[in-house]
Unconditional design. Structure first.
Length: 153
């Protein structure tokens, strides 16, 4: 599984293909192993990364439907990585081609990760600005600044 190191391997959820949760079931064919911890996302092979790898806390995002991110997942097949061949596997920008530019892995990650976090921030700003709400409840936010995702050491 190139370039993606799943750090917290011991924290795993085994969902049987039939949809039954079976505690510490042995991994058998058809099981779906879902990493609950942090997944380190890095640039694909052959790309000289300018920024540090990104620690993505997968489990923090499970309030969302899996298909929000795994948008081509059928729900029964294997979940494939974002940079799988034919998906977001381009390593360079494609100028003047909007369809092709989402094939560029960086574009795909930035669009998905940052856009969602920005949207939440905008909702919170709107909530705060709305003086008719007496006790505003703000949503938990995700990072939008470069160094929050790509830490400087
Ligand atoms: C906020 C986005 C997001 C949500 C929501 C999400 N995932 Fe993920 N998931 C990812 C990313 C990003 C990766 C790393 C993909 C890669 O390696 O290219 C990943 C990796 C995985 C993997 C490992 C895939 C591999 O390459 O081996 C599995 C399995 C998985 N997710 C299942 C799920 C399931 C099941 C759910 C719903 C409970 C879910 N994910 C919800 C973003 C998400
Ligand atoms: C559909 C919306 C959505 C998408 C897509 C999404 N996030 Fe998030 N992210 C959130 C929310 C909501 C939180 C706050 C969760 C919380 O604190 O409970 C969050 C929190 C985080 C945090 C901070 C976690 C913490 O414990 O403080 C990181 C880091 C993060 N996201 C990275 C990513 C990366 C990297 C991606 C893309 C692979 C991504 N997110 C995609 C909604 C999203
Ligand atoms: C929400 C998290 C998040 C934020 C915020 C974010 N990035 Fe990224 N970025 C990623 C992910 C995920 C990747 C793909 C994995 C990788 O290449 O490390 C990526 C990839 C990249 C890449 C290509 C790989 C490399 O290292 O050369 C560059 C360059 C980059 N980001 C720069 C930036 C800059 C500049 C900003 C601020 C404007 C920024 N990123 C903000 C998550 C983020």
């Amino acid at each position: 599984m190139h370039k993606v190191r799943i750090l917290v391997l011991c924290l795993m959820m085994v969902v049987l293909s039939g949809g039954l949760y079976n505690g510490f079931a042995q991994e058998t064919e058809g099981d779906l192993i879902v990493p609950l911890g942090t997944i380190t996302l890095s640039a694909p092979d052959g790309v000289e990364a300018k920024k540090a790898d990104v620690d993505f806390p997968h489990g923090v995002h499970f309030d969302y439907n899996c298909k929000t991110c795994h948008h081509s997942w059928s729900g029964t097949t294997e979940v494939v990585g974002c940079m799988t061949s034919g998906c977001h596997d381009r390593t360079e920008v494609v100028k003047n081609d909007e369809m092709a530019s989402t094939k560029y892995y960086k574009e795909a990650f930035h669009t998905q990760c940052i856009d969602c976090h920005k949207e939440i921030k905008m909702k919170n700003k709107a909530t705060e600005a709305d003086k008719t709400i007496l006790a505003p409840e703000l949503l938990p936010e995700g990072p939008t600044g470069c160094n929050e995702c790509h830490p400087k050491d």
